[in-house]
Design a protein around this ligand. Structure first.
Ligand code: SF4
Length: 584
């Protein structure tokens, strides 16, 4: 018998300060959890064509049937209408968020309305408190906000604290939500939706235990998954160097976007590599709750106090491949302390590091070309790798003292539409690019993916496989592969498994794990369901005005050669069209 608590959806109305719980067996039995039910709730709760900052824009958090039960089922899915792209918003984060939501007795939380004054929500199992957050609003550091809430809030059991920084308060459209200090709902501006609702933070705590239907098989399967997680060489890589292990191989391949993708090789890649950071800066590794891998790498940043010789302030900064690309090679920078300081500022303010880096890269090139001048930047001169100036620009993006910074606060796509330089504004569907100039499949994936992210269908990985096999990724092959991959990922995201464990949670393991929790699904059922969920996402996207024919392809990606040579726009468009034909 599936867990009844998982079927509970907690609805919160910030305008009226009310909450209620509904049993949504209908949703959880059909769509499992995570992205499956969150997409359905988004279709139900988000009025057509609303402004993302309208109080009616819902924030939906969802977990799945394997959450808090199996290793690496550690993520929470957030869905909302994105203020950054004006369309589907989806972001995943780990930390303790998923396990806390489930232990509090919920499968999903839906937050609507807006408060007139700053508020934070304290959800202690069946009780929800609307706490005054006036004192926290405007506070410089998201870390301090977390600490204050942690110390003031009673409650035992597993706890999570999700909060925004000043970027979210000031509606920067790529503001993030930070959870447990080092994890983020990074992409597509969930932080700004929080800010528009005057919602500073959400604390969730709970102690519910979770029933398992078939305990014997559960124990065996748990051990099998656990062993695979700690013994497999791929997971070992995530633990040892983490995703920054990708810097050198991608550079070697000529796929590392550098200086706003004017180049695809970075002469100083070694200095921002996982190996270099591990050797010189790595201080600790930590893990999301229920994960034995511990892929979160924390660098130590030591800075002397100005007036106190031999006194140092030590800051922990978490780093991954994506921030290293976006703030390293993409900005032509390799001074690691400068890069870490910039990353720390971005975290402190509560911004998405990838969108920030790619937007800064556009601005640097725009200045180089004379499209913008010091008049716009208020006297700052942006130069590749100049981290001190980048830090000042980031603070101005949050403060927004003039029209130029207001434009940067809406990302590279918007800034380029206002000032020019669209051909080198590296956004896809309005979202700034990830760090993969691997070939056509990567870009078709960014264009077609429901959230315009590399995580939707991992085209970058397909490009690399094809390159190794010395095969050409034709539009037909690309479309075929991406539809299959993105469909299966809907199942992983409904269960909500960390994608790093995608090679462990193969279809047969997913079926077996679900069975121990009382769900009867075949591999075929799951494949069908994955495709159905993906189509539901597109139902939302098309409803909100998404049109594949209007997708902009920045010229820059066609100019800089990839490992598969120079890309042709015609071929990319053909693959995009084929993708949508195959999805029908
Ligand atoms: S592998 Fe990393 S991101 Fe994934 S659940 Fe474990 S610690 Fe979290």
């Amino acid at each position: 018998m599936p867990d009844k608590f998982l079927q509970n959806v907690l609805y919160i109305d910030l305008t009226r300060r009310r909450f209620w719980i509904e049993n949504r067996k209908d949703l959880f039995e059909k769509y499992l959890g995570g992205v499956g039910i969150a997409t359905q709730l988004l279709l139900e709760e988000c009025p057509k064509n609303i402004d993302p900052f309208d109080p009616e824009n819902p924030i939906i958090f969802a977990v799945g049937p394997l959450t808090a039960v199996y290793p690496l089922a550690s993520k929470t899915v957030a869905m909302f209408k994105s203020p950054h792209t004006g369309n589907l918003g989806e972001s995943h984060a780990g930390g303790r968020s998923a396990i806390a939501i489930r232990s509090a007795g919920y499968g999903a939380i839906v937050i609507k309305g807006a408060s007139e004054t700053p508020v934070y929500l304290a959800i202690h199992e069946s009780k929800v408190y609307f706490r005054d957050a006036s004192i926290l609003w405007g506070m410089w550091s998201t870390f301090t906000v977390g600490r204050i809430i942690r110390e003031n809030e009673p409650g035992a059991g597993i706890r999570t604290i999700m909060r925004i920084g000043r970027a979210g308060e000031r509606l920067v459209t790529y503001a993030s939500v930070i959870t447990e200090t080092y994890r983020h709902f990074g992409r597509l501006g969930l932080g700004a939706v929080f800010g528009s609702k005057k919602l500073k933070a959400i604390l969730v705590s709970g102690k519910h235990s979770i029933p398992v239907t078939d305990k014997k098989t559960y124990r065996e399967l748990y051990d099998e998954i656990y062993d695979a997680a700690v013994k497999s060489p791929i997971m070992r890589k995530y633990h040892d160097l983490g995703t920054p292990a990708n810097v050198l191989p991608l550079n070697e391949l000529g796929a590392l976007p550098t200086k706003n993708l004017k180049q695809s090789k970075f002469e100083y890649a070694e200095k921002i590599s996982g190996e270099f950071l591990a050797e010189h800066y790595l201080g600790r590794r930590i893990a999301c709750a229920n994960c034995p891998v511990a892929c979160i790498h924390l660098a130590t940043l030591r800075e002397p106090y100005i007036d106190e010789p031999y006194f140092y302030k030590t800051t922990w900064v978490s780093y991954d491949y994506e921030p290293l690309f976006a703030l390293g090679s993409m900005l032509g920078g390799f001074d690691v302390p400068g890069l870490l300081k910039l990353l720390d500022e971005i975290d402190t303010q509560g911004l998405d590091a990838m969108s920030t880096g790619v937007t800064l890269a556009w601005a640097t090139e725009a200045m180089e070309k004379g499209i913008i001048t010091k008049n716009e930047t208020l006297g700052l001169e942006l130069k590749w790798g100049d981290y001190e100036t980048y830090r000042k620009v980031v603070i101005n993006i949050v403060k927004q003292p003039n029209e130029f910074y207001q434009a940067l606060a809406r990302g590279a796509e918007y800034a380029a539409s206002k000032y020019g330089g669209k051909e080198f504004a590296l956004t896809f569907g309005g979202n700034e690019m990830p760090g993969y100039h691997t070939g056509p499949a990567a870009y078709v994936g960014f264009l077609t993916g429901a959230r315009h992210s590399h995580l939707d269908s991992a085209g970058y990985s397909y490009d690399q496989k094809m390159f190794k096999a010395q095969e050409t990724p034709t539009p037909e092959k690309i479309a075929d592969h991406l539809v299959k991959e993105e469909s299966w990922r809907q199942i992983l995201s409904s269960l909500v498994i960390c994608f790093f464990a995608r090679n462990i949670y193969k279809p047969e393991i997913a079926v077996k794990a679900l069975k121990t929790m009382g769900y009867e699904f075949t591999i075929e059922d799951l494949n069908k369901l994955g495709r159905e969920i993906l189509k539901k996402k597109y139902e939302f996207k098309f409803r909100e005005g998404f049109d594949p024919n209007k997708l902009r392809i920045p010229k820059r990606i066609l100019e800089t050669p990839t490992p598969h040579g120079k890309l042709a726009e015609k071929e990319i468009r053909k693959a995009v069209n084929l993708y949508f034909e195959k999805l029908k």
